[in-house]
Design a protein around this ligand. Structure first.
Ligand code: CO
Ligand code: ZN
Length: 326
């Protein structure tokens, strides 16, 4: 599992530029499904055919990042955020553009109050001598992802983009080990979740499933002086009750809860007070689609050093696999 996640988090996939991560996922699963296609927005849809229930399973393959907006005469690059990017988490970090160009994110030194730091006070230094040299490597509109190769710390994996490559890993492992079932299952690796659940919306409309299950990360309440939240790393995957975009359908929640009980898996319940996720778009599609989610507890989400428990991720695979075949 660690090797798979390491490979997944390593790939470039800032929202709207998911080509590299999509090709990698395609290579992992194409021999294991009945059909595989890429839709107009770039969602990767892998289908296991059948005559039973029509189920959509979603994990987003995009990651947050930055987009170059201006290059000054000295070659320093100003940028805008793609998805929710924290100015504090960005300080002193490295970013990598799609063509491999690496840069450091730093702040205008004159700024004496870091509390008033905004993204607009930050710039990317790619080591160029002037604007001309910078423009040979980076164009306005190019996107860059944060860097942070995956490492293991006990049962915890530390990396950028565990949101939501850990969810992608859960889908891939499920596809590779899916027991026989008559259900028709659509595994969707969605695009542009971080920009407002965009890919999930069009994919759900195309598929019109009987119900949907998404796999994504969620925040936790287990670090020093943090906000109160029930979810903890290492205590099992969480079954989503609600977030800022959806109240999960009771039937899907029940299916997940009862499956976990049957398998004797540790689970938690997630109530996320802010933020959305793919089920937020899926459940409002067409006449409405019952939707739920399995959430992987994740510390430091949207930082280059997110942390999640491998055993939670393994248990999420067990839970998803069994929930799809009944
Ligand atoms: Co996210
Ligand atoms: Zn996510």
């Amino acid at each position: 599992m660690f090797e798979l996640i390491k490979n997944l988090t390593d790939k470039f996939g800032v929202s709207g530029n998911e080509e590299e991560i999509r090709e990698f996922i395609k290579g992992e699963i194409k021999s294991k499904v009945d059909s595989i296609e890429v839709d107009a927005l770039g969602n990767l849809i892998a289908t296991k055919k059948g005559n039973g229930k029509k189920i959509m399973v979603a994990a987003h393959m995009d990651e947050i990042g930055v987009m170059a907006t201006h290059i000054d005469e000295k070659g320093f690059i100003r940028f805008s955020n793609i998805g929710w990017v924290s100015q504090n988490y960005s300080l002193g970090q490295r970013v990598r553009f799609k063509n491999g160009t690496i840069g450091t994110v730093f702040f205008e030194e004159k700024l004496d109050d870091l509390k008033s730091l905004k993204l607009s006070n930050l710039y990317i230094d790619i080591g160029a001598k002037n604007s001309e040299e910078a423009q040979k490597k980076v164009n306005i509109g190019d996107t860059a992802a944060f860097c942070g190769p995956a490492e293991l710390a006990g049962d915890m994996i530390i990396s950028k983009a565990l949101d939501d490559r850990s969810g992608c890993a859960v889908l891939i492992e499920t596809i590779k080990n899916l027991p026989k079932t008559d259900n028709e299952i659509y595994f969707v690796f969605t695009v542009q979740e971080e920009l407002g659940l965009r890919g999930a919306k069009t994919a759900a409309f195309r598929i019109l499933p009987d119900f949907a299950i998404a796999v994504d990360v969620t925040l936790t309440g287990d670090t020093p002086d943090c906000k109160t939240m029930e979810v903890k790393c290492g205590m099992g995957p969480a079954i989503k009750i609600k977030d800022g975009s959806v109240v999960c359908h009771n039937d899907v929640r029940k299916l997940l809860t009862e499956t976990a009980k049957k398998l004797n898996l540790p689970i938690q319940y997630e109530i996320l007070e802010r933020g959305g996720s793919d089920p937020g778009a899926i459940h409002l599609t067409a006449g409405g689609i019952p939707s739920g989610a399995i959430s992987i507890p994740c510390r430091y989400t949207h930082s280059p050093s997110e942390m999640a428990s491998i055993s939670d991720i393994d248990n999420a695979v067990k839970l998803l696999k069994e929930s799809l075949i009944g």
